[in-house]
Design a protein around this ligand. Structure first.
Ligand code: DGL
Length: 273
């Protein structure tokens, strides 16, 4: 495996850019190929079988770009597909759930942890399962917040409508006296200030995107796959973006999220992979 090859990152759409952003911040030397499945988003309300099929296609596409490792940036795809695809493909693949779960288990003081995510992620029970394996004593309360994704995609990050909906979703978790809350969906770190205000300063918010970047860094170092410093610097294709639809809309959103301007996004026919 070429250590200077890119890291593949994929998500159901734009949300995984929060994970790409953390990877760029923490590992500025790495090359990235990002795929956003903008034609088939959302994954959060789809079945396990469908999300596994989509994930396989995307991994096959990323392999054509000679990636050295893959990050499943989507919580729903991590919940449904990681276990299957890591057995099927011969390269390191990580999801976003384990890293976020571990940080939550290590952060909680009273053992009461909340998780918010899509219906798929929460319904799968994966965060509870993984956290209980790490510490059987923790009590985990999950809450699906399906309206958060469209609110973020509409740009309503600081809006009274978002405040109202967030208050309703989070009231149940407040009633459970959690002291740690996992933002278990790619889009939710963008609502961090709203969620933080409603939950109060005593509740620690865990952003799996941040923790996943740390996990990736460790994994690449351990396997001798970290990019040589400076190797990608002059490469005009250091960051490549692909989507299954609406490339220009993606480019605009990506430019607003990432530290660098995104010049071009290519549309590909993902069903062919
Ligand atoms: N990327 C998804 C996740 O993190 C959210 C958007 C969707 O439902 O596809 O679960």
């Amino acid at each position: 495996m070429d250590r200077n090859a890119p890291v593949g990152i994929f998500d159901s759409g734009v949300g995984g850019l929060t994970v790409a952003r953390e990877i760029i911040r923490q590992m500025p030397e790495e090359k990235i190929v990002y795929f956003g499945d903008t034609a088939r988003v959302p994954y959060g309300s789809k079945s396990r079988d469908t999300v596994i099929r989509y994930s396989r296609q995307i991994i096959r596409f990323l392999l054509t770009k000679d990636v050295k490792a893959i990050v499943i940036a989507c919580n729903t795809a991590s919940a449904y597909a990681l276990e299957t695809v890591e057995k099927e493909f011969d390269l390191p693949i990580i999801g976003v759930i384990r890293a976020g779960a571990l940080t939550a288990v290590e952060s909680t003081r009273n053992g009461k942890i909340g998780v918010i995510g899509t219906e798929g992620t929460i319904g799968s029970g994966i965060y509870t399962e993984v956290m209980k394996q790490m510490n059987p004593q923790v009590q985990v309360t999950g809450k699906a917040c399906p309206l958060f994704v469209p609110l973020v995609e509409e740009g309503l990050l600081h809006d009274s409508v978002t405040d109202e909906i967030a208050s309703r979703y989070l009231s149940e978790l407040k009633g459970r006296f959690i002291d740690t809350l996992v933002l278990g969906c790619t889009h939710y770190p963008l609502l961090r200030s709203t969620v933080g205000r409603i939950m109060g300063s005593d509740v620690t918010l865990v952003n799996p995107a941040y923790e996943t970047a740390i996990e990736l860094k460790g994994l690449l170092a351990e396997r001798g796959l970290a990019c040589e410093p400076g190797a990608a610097e002059a490469d005009p294709g250091k960051y490549q973006f692909y989507v299954s639809d609406l490339a220009d809309k993606f480019t605009a959103f990506a430019t607003s999220i990432l530290p660098k301007q995104v010049k071009e996004t290519k549309k590909i026919a993902i069903e062919e992979y």
